[in-house]
Write a protein of this length. Structure first.
Length: 627
């Protein structure tokens, strides 16, 4: 062979070897990048310092032109900021706001939604709960539209945590139980544990300490089995709070001290301070006022106003300590700080306690008028809190009723999610094996076309089922609230009338208890059939809860809506009960509200209807009230 040809072959071999080496190196970098991204996504890495270390390794591994991984990197960076550091919270908000201006997000809705969720979460940590809740409510709808299981779970987890803290237990428990179901489907163990913790905490706030402690003990055992001792210690503090609320003060103090000394031994000053604040409530009840003050003074350097969950109670406890020591001026200052902190997070439960302590301070100062006014405000807030607590039974029943529907929806969503993952894996493989794309392209297109057609038909059916109540065949809560928002926007933009009727069955629990759930189901079907007969095709009705129904009446003023509601009440009262057990009867109570000039949110209209319904119940049932 001629030497020039030999030289050319050698150079060609070296070139191929070099290209192969670089390709193998690039493939290794991508694999490591994906490992790190998956690790950060899993929630296993919870420490912010550890997250930043992984990010330092990750940044040089992601190619600049790899848009999908660059966006995942951006998302991971947003979630790496420390929510306990005020400066880092500001940095996170600035980062998220800037990242959301990237034009590439127009074609990456999942990444955009996650960045918006990051912005909402840090807004909540900043104390701007109104902005956070507005984002959460919108992002829940977007996540379901995208059929992204992880984002559905994340948004509902965060909204459930916030709404339950505010005292909206119905929304909180529904969100958190749904989030837990989705996390289990995705096998995201860390977030299954988080959601279980929050569900237990809701039960604790509802006053069901036995169930709360039962859930906490399950979680504690899981953490111990997995050698997650920090998390186990967090659960110990929560059990202590539950024991305090059961009036087991000695046991509560013992558990608090166990948690306190654990964090002290591990040098966790903020967490130690948090436990100290929680323990003070128990010490005050035990009459150990000087010791309570000592723990509060110790916590002050570490509990800043941004740490809402501890700061508000720290100030409340300070007020109680000052009161016990006769330091009334300092007590009033602490009360003012506690009230402002509870108002920022819309915590009705905390505000109730603030009013009670404030009335006691005024009483000790012989300021009878101020004490009376403060106590009167306490009673008003307490009645509002009791009303929310009354929703506990409805929350549990609604969650159980929707369990099968939620599971069915999740199965469908999981199937689609797996298909998307398979598609992404195929695309990655095709980057290395381009010739397979040429050979298989036409076949894949045919298969996808057939599958897409069948899937679209299936999706249409599942979509209809997902928006329909299985028992009554009326629309469900999700459908009617979406419709209501559309009617509300149309009515406000065009200055048109809009009314709604909220009604439910009187003494429905007694029907279930006396005749059984089968008769209860027949009763709900009767109410649905009566709705259809009265409303015809003019208005829409939906079942939004166990025995709760909502009717939307577009282009209908209050007087017309009142007539419709009265006809409905009369029709139910005079219905044919011949197919029911002997002696059976049922009535309903209804509340009517209409759009007013001051309404800027749909929730205001719906709330008035609920208040009118409550008034109808309070004044004897089997009637219509209007607000």
């Amino acid at each position: 062979m001629h030497k020039p040809i030999q030289l050319l072959l050698i150079l060609l071999a070296l070139l191929i070897s070099s290209v192969s080496h670089h390709a193998a190196s690039a493939t290794t970098d991508i694999q490591r990048a994906d490992e790190l991204l998956d690790l950060l996504d899993s929630g296993v890495v919870e420490g912010n310092i550890e997250k930043k270390q992984y990010l330092e390794e990750l940044v040089p591994l992601v190619p600049k032109g790899d848009l999908a991984r660059q966006l995942r990197l951006t998302r991971a960076t947003c979630w790496s900021y420390d929510m306990l550091d005020d400066a880092e919270i500001d940095q996170a908000l600035s980062f998220a706001k800037q990242a959301l201006t990237r034009p590439e997000l127009a074609n990456a809705p999942d990444d955009k939604l996650d960045l918006e969720l990051c912005y909402a979460w840090f807004s909540e940590q900043k104390g701007d709960v109104d902005t956070a809740l507005t984002y959460y409510n919108r992002l829940v709808i977007e996540a379901y539209r995208l059929e992204n299981l992880r984002l559905m779970a994340d948004v509902r987890m965060m909204r459930g945590y916030l709404t339950s803290f505010q005292g909206n237990y119905t929304q909180g428990i529904e969100d958190l139980m749904t989030a837990q179901t989705l996390y289990k489907s995705l096998n995201v163990t860390v977030w299954v544990q988080h959601s279980l913790y929050e569900i237990a905490t809701i039960y604790r706030r509802l006053g069901d300490q036995e169930n709360a402690i039962r859930y906490y003990n399950q979680l504690y055992k899981s953490h111990i089995d997995n050698k997650q001792f920090d998390k186990a210690n967090v659960v110990i503090s929560s059990i202590a709070i539950a024991e305090e609320e059961r009036n087991n003060f000695a046991q509560a103090k013992k558990l608090f001290l166990e948690s306190y000394h654990y964090w002290d031994a591990n040098g966790e000053k903020f967490r130690k301070a948090g436990v100290a604040v929680n323990m003070v409530g128990t010490l005050i009840k035990l009459g150990e006022i000087n010791q309570a003050r000592q723990y509060l003074d110790e916590a002050v350097p570490f509990i800043t106003p941004s740490a809402e969950g501890f700061y508000n109670y720290m100030q409340l406890f300070y007020a109680q300590v000052h009161l016990e020591l006769g330091e009334f001026s300092q007590a009033h200052k602490s009360i003012a700080l506690a009230r402002a902190a509870f108002e920022r997070v819309k915590s009705l439960r905390g505000l109730v306690q603030v009013q009670l302590v404030e009335s006691q301070i005024f009483l000790m100062q012989d300021n009878w008028q101020a004490a009376y006014e403060s106590l009167y405000k306490y009673m008003e807030l307490h009645m509002e809190l009791d009303k929310k607590l009354f929703s506990r039974y409805n929350a549990e029943m609604r969650t159980r009723f929707n369990a099968e529907q939620i599971e069915a929806e999740n199965r469908h969503l999981i199937e689609n999610h797996k298909l998307k993952e398979l598609e992404l894996a195929m695309l990655e493989q095709n980057k290395v094996q381009q010739w397979i794309i040429i050979f298989m392209g036409s076949i894949i297109l045919i298969i996808i076309s057939i599958f897409t057609y069948k899937q679209s038909q299936k999706n249409k059916l599942l979509s209809a089922l997902a928006l329909t109540d299985e028992l009554t065949q009326l629309p469900n809560r999700r459908y009617i609230y979406t419709q209501a928002q559309g009617y509300f926007e149309c009515a406000t933009n065009n200055q048109q009338a809009l009314s709604c009727i909220s009604f439910d069955a009187d003494y429905f629990k007694l029907i279930n208890d006396r005749y059984g759930h089968e008769v209860g189901d027949k009763t709900l079907t009767l109410l649905a059939d009566t709705c259809r007969a009265v409303l015809g095709t003019h208005y829409e009705a939906a079942r939004v809860g166990g025995e709760e129904f909502l009717i939307l009446l577009p282009n209908t003023d209050k007087a017309q809506a009142l007539k419709v509601a009265q006809v409905l009440v009369n029709q139910v009262r005079n219905a044919d009960f011949s197919l029911f057990p002997q002696g059976f009867s049922i009535t309903i109570s209804a509340g009517v509200s209409s759009l007013s000039d001051t309404d800027d949110k749909l929730s205001q209209l719906l709330k008035r209807a609920d208040e009118a319904l409550y008034l109808a119940k309070k004044q004897g049932r089997d009637q219509v009230k209007m607000i």
